[in-house]
Every structure is written in C-alpha cells, then in structure tokens.
Ligand binder design. Structure first.
Ligand code: G3P
Length: 217
C-alpha cells in the first residue's frame, strides 16, 4: 500500500520523505489555508520533495473553469495530480484531463456508486473519506471494501486512495482490504512506528548492555 501525506506542511513532508515511506502528497483548500502559504508556491515546493503524485485541488464548480484552473496547476510540475470534486462537472473534467494523459484524483467520494462513476470517467485515484463517514455513525471502511469489490469485478485501474484517515486502525483496515493508497496526516503515519513493547524492549536491552561495560564505538 502506498503512503501519501495529507498535508501542506513542508517540514512534515521533508521529515517523512527522509524515512523513505513517502509515496506522494495530498492537499486540499483547507490544508493550504492551514499552511498559510501561497498555493502555487507551496505546491511547487512539495513537488520538488517527492517524485510521487502531489494532489492540487481545483476550486471552481463548473467544468470550463475547472479546466482553466487545471491548466494552470498542471504546469507547476510533472507530478501534479489534479484533484476534482465528485460532481458531474468534476467528472467531465476528470474525463477530459485523463484522456489527455493528466493524473486526476476524484475527491469527496462517499458512496460506492460515486466511485464507480469516477472509475468510468477514467480517474487515476478515487478518494473515499472514511473518517467523515465514521463521524456520522457510518463505518467508512465498509465503503472501501465495497469499492474494492466493484473495481475488482470489472478490472478498473483507478487506484483506491483511502482519505480522511484519522488513526492507525484505519491504516491497518485499509491494508487488510487491499486499498492501493492511504493518505494520512503526518502524525498518524508517525504513530505507525509506535509499540509499547518496542519501547520496553529497547529499555531492557540498553540496561543489560550498560551492565556489560562495553561500547561499540
Ligand atoms: O484527504 C482528504 C482529507 O484531507 C480529509 O480529511 O480529516 O478533513 O476529514 P478530514
């Protein structure tokens, strides 16, 4: 499963890139606002840190203006992936861009039928939001399982990008289902390293090592 960082924070992205775990980055207008940075400038900087797809989202609601925005965004770098909302105009834009060889991430997906439409429109990635479903008392992971079944049934190449990931159990469940990608806040990706028995093990080994009076260096 590929790991994308769901952030526009440059320091966090650099930090994750250094671990070798980073396969791409996703941003959205809320994350750009949180960064306090200029959209074009920060997106260009992110594209220079990872060679993987970097999602940059259009903000227009109509197809013609989405295409104009996409034209500007895709000039930022070769690894820009245009993010469009799951609407009729968003999917028209998706079809036009992917026919032209541009990567597209279809976002704000909340049903398996919507994911089917995105795949038929040639989306490179579909982003179902699991956390926001959970917030509303619906099991977001059931949506991922349904999309996985549908895409397998028909051999769609659209990659399932699990989004709105809130905790490490979401990551585990996504991997068990066989999702292609998950995007999570850097904090959640870093939590994947943690286990209390790892910490206890290190503590015990170091205590015993000190008792030998030896040093490696
Ligand atoms: O990738 C989409 C994601 O940013 C949404 O996450 O936590 O705002 O639901 P959240």
């Amino acid at each position: 499963m590929k790991f994308f960082a769901d952030t526009a924070d440059i320091d966090d992205i650099k930090d994750l890139a250094a671990t070798g775990l980073l396969d791409g980055v996703t941003t959205n207008p809320s994350l750009i606002a949180k960064s306090g940075r200029d959209f074009m400038e920060v997106t260009r900087e992110i594209c220079g840190i990872t060679s993987g797809p970097v999602s940059a989202e259009v903000v227009a609601l109509d197809h013609a203006t989405m295409m104009k925005e996409a034209e500007v965004l895709r000039k930022i770098a070769d690894n820009v992936c245009i993010k469009v909302p799951l609407t009729i105009d968003g999917l028209k834009t998706c079809k036009a861009l992917t026919d032209d060889g541009t990567m597209v991430n279809v976002t704000l997906c909340f049903s398996a039928n919507q994911a089917l439409l995105a795949a038929k429109a040639g989306a490179s990635f579909i982003s179902p939001f699991v956390g926001r479903h959970d917030d509303n008392g619906v099991d977001g992971m059931e949506l991922i399982a349904d999309i996985h079944t549908i895409y397998s049934n028909y051999g769609f190449e659209t990659e399932i990008l699990v989004a709105s990931v809130r905790h490490v159990t979401h990551v585990l469940q996504a991997a068990l289902i066989g999702a292609d990608v998950m995007t999570a806040p850097p904090k959640v990706i870093k939590q994947l390293f943690n286990h209390v028995l790892t910490d206890k093990g290190i503590e015990g080994f170091l205590k015993d090592w000190e008792a030998t009076g030896q040093s490696i260096l």
